[in-house]
Design a binder for this molecule. Structure first.
Ligand SMILES: C[S@@+](CC[C@H](N)C(=O)[O-])C[C@H]1O[C@@H](n2cnc3c(N)ncnc32)[C@H](O)[C@@H]1O
Length: 345
């Protein structure tokens, strides 16, 4: 229950429907928690709701998940996941030599006044963007309220579902950023069309993620537990209607949405300290550490809800994949995609 006390947050934004705060699609029997909140349980999960300005969560197999649009995103939002997101934030930046984006922002008369970070997570990117552009207003939205309260004044966070209708003005944002969102949406083309509609003429969109295709510096990926993990989880995500294999399709999708001058930058994202180059070796260390934590985060709710696995099966799959990752002899990596495009003026 310690998470309950850590999860105090400002009152919800107007985009957080009150009905969603108090209810969950699951059938729960309410139990009085003794401190003004209600705790509802099923066999392996429980949710906490309260009217005290504290955000509700659902707990399942030892992990915490968002209640807003419960089930739309099957990855936890607890402390362990927040650490993983911050670590991945460092990797995305390190692969760009410390830069937050590849788009030619501020060049050729382009002004950065309104920025949107879709699915902002911990808000780390949005906060750093607000620091880099102190005159711009940066909005980060997410299903989960896991952003810190100490963001710069020009950075705001909203609870929102970007698969629902948008309330932002059209032709408004000078830059829309989407990072690490593969597996989040049922209809990427619809989300990208909305991005187009809400980008100001001459403004930019940027997508950043790694693809879901495991590769090896030795040429062939060993046919071991890691490959099995990758296949089971990717197949389950696809069956769930929110596939992981998105990054390599984004260039075409962004063009189809209407953006022009589309640029793609690919970087190797090593999953262990096997590269010779010292900088890549360090990124590989981070990559391995992040993946260890991602194994359980990506699979627990997904495999139990979609394939009916129990937690012991999930743990076994993750442990075996972790063992192979720690062994490191496979020289594994994935490819990072940084894709940006411009809305014609
Ligand atoms: C893997 S995290 C990436 C967070 C952040 N973009 C980053 O790069 O650190 C994916 C985030 O997308 C959010 N998300 C998933 N579906 C969403 C939706 N329909 N609307 C808004 N946010 C969503 C999740 O809550 C989660 O915080």
């Amino acid at each position: 229950m310690s998470d309950f006390h850590q999860s105090t947050a400002p009152s919800p934004s107007s985009q957080f429907p009150a009905s969603d705060i108090e209810t969950s699609p699951h059938e729960y029997s309410d139990v009085d928690s003794g401190f003004g909140a209600s705790i509802a349980r099923t066999e392996n999960s429980y949710s906490v709701t309260t009217g005290l300005g504290i955000y509700p969560y659902v707990y399942e197999n030892g992990r915490r998940y968002q209640v807003y649009r419960e089930g739309a995103y099957l990855v936890p939002n607890d402390g362990e996941e927040i650490e993983r997101l911050d670590l991945f934030h460092c990797i995305f930046l390190a692969l760009l030599g410390g830069k937050l984006y590849i788009a030619p922002l501020g060049q050729g008369g382009h002004r950065v006044e309104h920025v949107l970070d879709i699915g902002t997570g911990t808000g780390a990117w949005a906060i750093e963007m607000a620091e880099e552009f102190p005159d711009a207003k940066v909005i980060g939205n997410d299903l989960s309220k896991i952003q810190p309260p100490w963001a710069p004044k020009n950075c705001e966070f909203e609870i929102d579902d970007v698969e629902s209708d948008w309330t932002y003005p059209e032709n408004h944002f000078d830059f829309i950023h989407l990072r690490s969102l593969s597996g989040c949406f049922q209809d990427w083309d619809m989300v990208l069309r909305r991005c187009y509609d809400h980008t100001a003429p001459g403004g930019y969109i940027e997508f950043q993620d790694y693809d879901a295709d495991l590769k090896s510096g030795l040429g062939t990926v060993p046919n071991g537990p890691l490959s099995r993990y990758w296949k089971v989880v990717s197949d389950a995500a696809s069956s769930n209607g929110r596939p992981f294999q998105i990054a390599s399709t984004i260039e075409e999708r962004i063009k189809a949405a209407g953006f022009v001058d589309v640029t793609v930058r690919n970087e190797m994202w090593p999953l262990g300290p096997w590269p010779q180059d010292e900088r890549m070796k360090e990124i590989g260390r981070l990559g391995r550490s992040g993946l260890r934590s991602a194994f359980h985060a990506f699979s627990s709710a997904l495999l139990s809800r979609v394939l009916g696995w129990d937690e012991a099966q999930v743990q076994k799959l993750c442990q075996e994949a972790t063992q192979e990752l720690n062994d490191g002899s496979g020289q594994l990596y994935v490819t990072a995609y940084y894709v940006c495009g411009r809305k014609p003026s």
